[in-house]
Design a protein around this ligand. Structure first.
Ligand code: ADP
Length: 385
């Protein structure tokens, strides 16, 4: 169970550090004194630049940020804090003397979690600070529990590989050298051992991939999509030829900011599914596009396959959620969970438009790489369909 920090404490009992960023700290003496007396460790930065530096260096548990300051104002400071990995998760409470709703909305838009109005009421500041610290403590506990679970599933999957490899290789040797000595029933048992251990091998590889996909191990570089898409044609060449599918690439492809390996996995899984869940009749069509949408890139993989009923649209991105049995279609139920996790790791998100019998479009929204902000046309309503 999550433990809530007592007043001024973190989940581990150490005093919580609050950084106040304000160009007129003299006005803050009262609040600093009040919170220090309640077991908070208080730090003050007299301006935006200093605030950014101290936040990165000290990693406070909470930041109280003045909205209006000369030089870097609070909104810009908050935007930069949220753009940096090291300071992204530190909650920011704005201090504003303006009753203007727009100002408060702008604060939330740049990533603030709350605001207090000047002149500050010390009890109110403490109550709001404690609420945010409790949330942060719970968030940290959840993140670390999640990390532990992932490490556990990774090592279990990893350790299952070797015994499975032994089962599968000995079963193959048995089939090669002793098949004739077995009756029909024995041969069927042996074939089942070989095919199910192959299925388990795929499941283990997918589990390892899922566990390895994390924000920590993720690059944020411009990723030209053309080479990745070309790779798809060769990876899936045989399956495409076997079912007579057509792979359509809508050029030009906008360049997202992300991780080349994760983007490769996303495309791989989506095209794999498009080939698997195709209609029995007609030519399977798969269209890949990547268009600019404001400051983002919208990567789309569209098929004319069996489609998915809207009630399952959210569910299918969760681990082990399958809409079909292994007898109907092979699979592990991890493909789309890997797609969603990889997109999240790159700061993006996934979406789906689909209806039963009408095909599906899977979308991945990622940030546009800086260099491609000009030149690639932003999508129009028409292209959006
Ligand atoms: P798997 O394909 O291994 O079962 P996924 O996580 O990739 O696992 O997909 C989850 C489920 O979503 C699939 O079992 C299938 O029912 C459905 N699905 C995925 N992609 C498509 C698609 N392109 N068209 C129709 N259904 C799909």
């Amino acid at each position: 169970m999550a433990t809530m920090p007592a007043s001024g404490g973190t989940a581990h009992g150490a005093p919580a550090t609050i950084l106040i960023v304000d160009d007129t700290p003299a006005n803050l003496a009262l609040i600093v004194e009040y919170l220090e007396a309640r077991n908070f460790r208080m730090l003050v930065a007299q301006g935006g630049e200093e605030g950014l530096q101290r936040a990165a260096l000290v990693q406070p548990d909470l930041i109280l940020l003045d909205a209006i300051m000369p030089g870097l104002n609070g909104f810009e400071v908050c935007r930069r804090l949220k753009a940096r990995e090291a300071t992204r998760d530190i909650p920011v409470i704005f201090m504003t003397s303006l009753a203007d709703t727009q100002d408060k909305l702008s604060a939330f838009a740049v990533g603030a979690v709350d605001y207090v109005v000047k002149p500050l009421q010390v009890e109110e500041v403490m109550a709001r600070a404690n609420a945010q610290l409790a949330l942060r403590a719970m968030h940290k506990q959840l993140t670390s529990a999640n990390r532990e679970l992932e490490a556990f599933s990774y090592s279990v999957s990893h350790d299952l590989r070797a015994p499975l490899r032994a089962i599968s290789s000995f079963a193959r040797i048995l089939r090669k050298d002793y098949r004739e000595s077995l009756d029909e029933e024995g041969q069927r048992y042996l074939d089942t051992i070989i095919s199910t251990s192959a299925q388990m091998g795929t499941l283990i590889e997918d589990l390892l991939l899922y566990a390895r996909t994390s924000r920590a191990a993720c690059a944020a570089v411009p990723v030209p999509l053309a080479p990745l898409v070309q790779q798809l044609s060769s990876v899936f060449r045989e399956r495409i030829a076997a079912c007579g599918a057509r792979l359509d690439i809508v050029e030009p492809l906008a360049t997202p900011l992300g991780d080349p390996t994760l983007l490769g996995q996303i495309l791989n899984n989506l095209v794999d599914n498009a080939l698997t869940y195709r209609c029995r009749q007609g030519t399977p069509l798969i269209r890949i596009s990547a268009q600019r949408a404001g400051e983002d890139v919208l990567l789309r993989v569209t098929d004319n396959g069996i489609g998915i009923e809207p009630e399952y649209h959210e569910k299918i991105f969760q681990v082990f959620q399958r809409l079909h049995s292994s007898d109907e279609y092979p699979g592990t139920g991890l493909g789309l969970a890997i797609v969603a996790k990889a997109a999240r790791a790159m700061g993006g998100e996934v979406g789906i438009e689909s209806a039963l019998g009408r095909g599906s479009t899977f979308t991945v929204r990622l940030r546009l790489a800086d260099g491609s902000r000009s030149g690639v046309p932003a999508e129009t309503a028409d292209q959006n369909r």
